[in-house]
Ligand binder design. Structure first.
Ligand code: SAH
Length: 237
């Protein structure tokens, strides 16, 4: 079996049967490999591993049955574009904002969205703590999604200020998620979040455990949060 057939099969298993999506993912991989020589984008370069750990993993969020159509989604700490690029390729009626503090990654993503002709993506270079204070961003998103960015108490301070009341933070997490939740009570209380649910999935073929933590924004976040850049990590709530 060709490696590309594995991608196609696993997309089909998630109910994704769209040649345009498949071809854009293949092209995205080529761009990553090309630019990975110059800037540090990912350590995962093996073809099958990239399909599963980056692409299929990005799409696992869809198994949670949230409706993203016509919604505003922020991918906080998108890095080389995960999960934001695979999702924006598929969900053409969803408005995506991809934010990262590293300009080289944003410049790479600029090339990607032009090459793939993605019309539903805005790229933002900067720190979450700074953008979260701006009127155009504060409490303006239906969803914040984030993979491999920070320990949950820290991620909550970065992300909940962006979420509208009634909206959600969906965090992609590994198997230590319970201990992260245990340490998050204070941050949730101060920032106006409530844990609604957690979901467990196995990544196909490699059987890695993947967990989603779903946090609803139930109250306004006081304006003093997030604290100034760096504070959330050095002194978590
Ligand atoms: N989500 C991607 C990248 C994870 S690496 C993936 O799963 O592959 C974490 C990324 O978060 C890095 O690119 C880093 O620059 C970004 N990041 C970490 N803290 C940030 C902050 N406070 N504001 C904006 N970006 C941040």
């Amino acid at each position: 079996m060709f490696k590309q057939d594995i991608l196609e099969r696993e997309l089909n298993n998630l109910g994704i049967d769209d040649k345009d999506v498949f071809l854009k993912l293949i092209r995205f991989r080529a761009l990553i490999l090309e630019w990975n020589e110059k800037i540090n984008l990912t350590t995962i370069t093996d073809e099958e591993e990239m399909y599963i750990k980056h692409f299929i993993d990005s799409y696992l969020i869809l198994e949670n049955n949230f409706i993203f159509k016509n919604k505003k989604v922020l991918d906080l700490g998108t890095g080389a574009g995960f999960p934001g690029i695979p999702l924006s390729i598929l969900l053409k009626d969803t408005e995506f904002c991809l934010l990262d503090a590293v300009n080289k990654k944003i410049n790479f993503l600029e090339i990607v969205i032009k090459d793939l002709n993605l019309k539903n993506v805005n790229l933002i270079h900067g720190r979450a703590e700074d953008y979260a204070k701006q009127d155009d961003f504060r409490q303006k998103f239906d969803f914040v999604i984030s993979r491999a960015v920070a320990d949950l108490p820290v991620l909550l301070e970065y992300s909940l200020p962006f979420v509208k009341i009634g909206g959600y933070l969906i965090a992609y997490k590994g198997k230590n998620y319970t201990s992260e939740i245990d340490r998050s009570a204070n941050a949730l209380d101060l920032l106006g979040g409530e844990i609604k649910n957690t979901f467990h999935y196995n990544l196909p073929l490699i059987f890695d455990d993947r967990y989603f933590i779903i946090i609803e924004k139930v109250k306004d976040t006081p304006f003093r949060y997030p604290r100034k850049a760096g504070k959330a990590t050095t002194n978590p709530l």
